[in-house]
Design a protein around this ligand. Structure first.
Ligand code: GLA
Length: 686
């Protein structure tokens, strides 16, 4: 059966329901436009209630039932949550925290990724599944585990970490050099001395922390690969995926993405935050960039409330519709939900679903069923064009930028990325999210708001790219460390200072407003008091003033961070007024070869950042459509998606005659959108 224009679906957990519910569930799926059901994600104990006692028949019946109704299956391996017997018989299969606590079953995801027994038992249950289900006509996609991201600090992981380090560094000299173990007497004389970063009295070795992150990601990737290859050895044609979680720090999705046949993502923007739609757009752009030609699909989202925040606001139907069309506009090949039938038991019984506990005769179910039908009626969508602007984002740099020993913990790399992304989003400029190893063909402007860590090869490649005509703009604290977290020597931004025509000397986090010295938490032995005084601290800001070269930029404020820079030859657009870098340059740029480098050495307010990046877009000759506040505008395969995320009526200029596919309304030269409205416009009609 050919792939539909869009996969529309949901997780379905029939093992949580008596059999007489199954058929109704599937009939309702069909009525709601569902064509894909993710089954089996947490079904290990239902498939193997005791070791080697197999109960696969029910799952085959489920696949038969789906097939009978023309619904395809995204069949999951059930390995994310081992049954309690595994922990009882082999306690070493359960993960251990950095504090040495072994995790218990009766939740989920408690496994140790390097446990040999866990891996053996995974292979056994996956084989049992393959023996009975591979080749079943319902199966359209394999789904390995669920939301990988476990980290374990046990002895087995310590041993695997040593093997991983040996491969990376060859010998102990290499390890000692990379980890800088001469500091604080950490010299490693025997591989057995090496440990994961378990609970310790004070700051950890930063290189150990970073390598453990890399190792933990790779250790889980090995689990994924093992299952993927096991599946492929039996079924070489059905694509294999596992679900990502947007900007999730636990694993390096850039290393993972190349191992997947299809990138898929789970996205749960908080409905109580109006601007969470910008975050979900950024996640979609990340997934599109990770997926490349293979595309990506939204594997999970909530129809309304979730259950995992302390206070879970419900999502309005209009908001859900906006979020769904946003993902479609940004290239999604499928839109799925967690989950089809709201759980009656377990910790997710208060999590929304497409079929709510209140039943089918509900506003909620009618709405999602209508949405499913609307999506199923969309024509062939085509691909999203490659963006001319890209954000640079690497997991190791994110990890390095969130360690505890940095000049400030307020310069959060992801928050920086969001700030810069938001400017592009508001201006309707499509943005890819690329890693330092990705090809930059077609990219005119590369934004690096949080590139704390750059390896030597990347520095060389980016320099060459700029000389060949690329425009590269850095945010604060750029190129501070190399891939081992070693502080780069010489003026910063290291590797680019000469191209910029500046010499960075000192990072200057802005001081807090003056406090009573007795309230300084570092002087207090009482943790409650420290927390209290910290929360009362107020971050000061300093003024940013445009120079003659920056004439036309607004005056603004700088937050969190400043840098002391000596200028040799750069064009300075704005200077600090007040604060530790008073009078010094804050925003500057230089032509370099056929390209350009720029630096925003602080965290400017939104208006100033918008103006600065607006100029950077102009200089890079990036096409920028006329901006309309609150309206998201994305072109996919010749269709123009317009989404009004605000509460006001907006008019968007769209030259020529167009028709909205959703309502059939025809427009000439301008399209009006009320609050929450979505339009999918056909190509201009001549
Ligand atoms: C994750 C999981 C699902 C479910 C949802 C709830 O995405 O993959 O099993 O727990 O969260 O929001």
């Amino acid at each position: 059966m050919a792939e539909p224009t869009l996969w529309i679906g949901a997780d379905w957990n029939p093992e949580q329901w008596p059999r007489d519910v199954w058929r109704t569930d599937v009939e309702l799926m069909v009525r709601a436009g569902v064509n894909l059901a993710t089954v089996g994600v947490f079904s290990w104990s239902s498939l193997e209630p005791r070791p080697d006692e197999w109960r696969i028949d029910w799952l085959v019946d489920v696949l038969d039932l789906l097939h009978e109704h023309g619904v395809r299956a995204d069949l999951a391996t059930p390995t994310a949550s081992p049954p309690p017997w595994l922990a009882r018989l082999w306690p070493e299969t359960s993960a251990v925290t950095a504090e040495g606590v072994r995790l218990s079953p009766f939740s989920r995801n408690h496994f140790c990724p390097t446990s040999a027994v866990y891996r053996e038992r995974c292979a056994a249950v996956v084989q049992a599944l393959l023996d009975r289900c591979a080749g079943h006509p319902a199966v359209a996609l394999w789904h390995v585990g669920n939301e990988f991201g476990q980290t374990c600090f046990c002895d087995s992981c310590a041993a695997a970490f040593r093997v991983w380090l040996r491969e990376r560094y060859g010998d102990l000299d290499g390890l000692n050099r990379a980890w800088g173990t001469a500091v604080w007497s950490q010299g490693v004389g025997d591989w057995d001395d090496v440990l994961p970063p378990r609970a310790a009295p004070y700051l950890h070795n930063p290189a150990q922390l970073l390598d453990f992150r890399r190792f933990a990601s790779d250790a889980q990737l090995e689990l994924f690969r093992a299952q993927r290859d096991q599946i492929r050895s039996v079924d070489a044609t059905t694509p294999v995926t596992t679900n990502f979680m947007g900007f999730f720090a636990g694993v390096d999705y850039r290393r993972w993405a190349r191992e997947l046949d299809l990138v898929s993502d789970d996205s749960y923007p908080d409905p109580s935050r109006a601007d969470a739609v910008v975050d979900s757009a950024m996640s979609s752009d990340l997934m599109r960039s990770l997926g490349g030609d293979r595309g990506w699909m939204l594997m999970e989202q909530a129809a309304s409330t979730v259950n995992f925040r302390p206070h879970n606001a419900a999502k309005s139907p209009a908001r859900l519709r906006r979020e769904v069309f946003q993902a479609v506009a940004r290239g999604a090949r499928g839109l799925c939900w967690f989950q089809w039938h709201q759980a009656a038991q377990g910790p997710e019984r208060f999590h929304s679903a497409l079929l709510p506990a209140a039943g089918t005769d509900t506003r909620h179910h009618r709405m999602v069923a209508a949405l499913g039908t609307e999506l199923a009626g969309l024509p062939d969508l085509g691909e999203v064009p490659r963006a001319e602007v890209a954000l640079l984002f690497d997991w190791p740099s994110w990890w390095a930028g969130t360690q505890r020993d940095l000049p400030s913990d307020r310069l959060d790399p992801l928050a920086q990325l969001r700030r810069w992304y938001r400017v592009c989003w508001q201006r309707g400029v499509l943005t890819d999210v690329l890693g330092s190893g990705d090809a930059l063909d077609g990219v005119r402007l590369l934004l690096a708001p949080s590139a704390v860590l750059l390896d030597d090869a990347t520095v060389a490649r980016l320099r060459a790219w700029v000389r060949d005509g690329g425009h590269l703009w850095f945010g604060p604290f750029a190129s501070a460390v190399d891939e081992t977290t070693r502080l780069r020597q010489g003026p910063f931004p290291s590797g680019f200072a000469d191209l910029l025509g500046v010499r960075g000397e000192e990072w200057h986090p802005l001081p807090d407003d003056q406090l009573d010295p007795d309230a300084d938490p570092s002087r207090s032995a009482d943790p409650d008091r420290s927390a209290l005084s910290l929360s009362k601290r107020r971050q000061s800001t300093v003024a940013l003033v445009p120079t003659d070269l920056g004439a036309g930029l607004p005056r603004g404020r700088a937050d969190i961070w400043a840098e002391w820079l000596e200028v040799d030859s750069a064009d300075v657009w704005a200077r600090f007024q007040g604060g530790p870098a008073d009078g010094g340059p804050a925003v500057l740029t230089s032509a370099a070869g056929a390209g350009r480098v720029g630096l925003v050495s602080t965290v400017p307010d939104a208006a100033l950042l918008d103006a600065v990046l607006g100029r950077a877009l102009d200089l890079a000759r990036v096409a920028v459509p006329p901006a309309v506040p609150d309206v998201e505008r994305v072109v996919r395969g010749g269709l123009t998606f317009l989404i009004n995320h605000g509460q006001e009526v907006r008019t968007v200029p769209v030259p020529g005659a167009t028709t909205d596919l959703l309502s059939g309304t025809r427009y000439r030269d301008a399209v009006e959108l009320h609050a929450d409205e979505v339009r999918v416009l056909t190509k201009e009609e001549v």
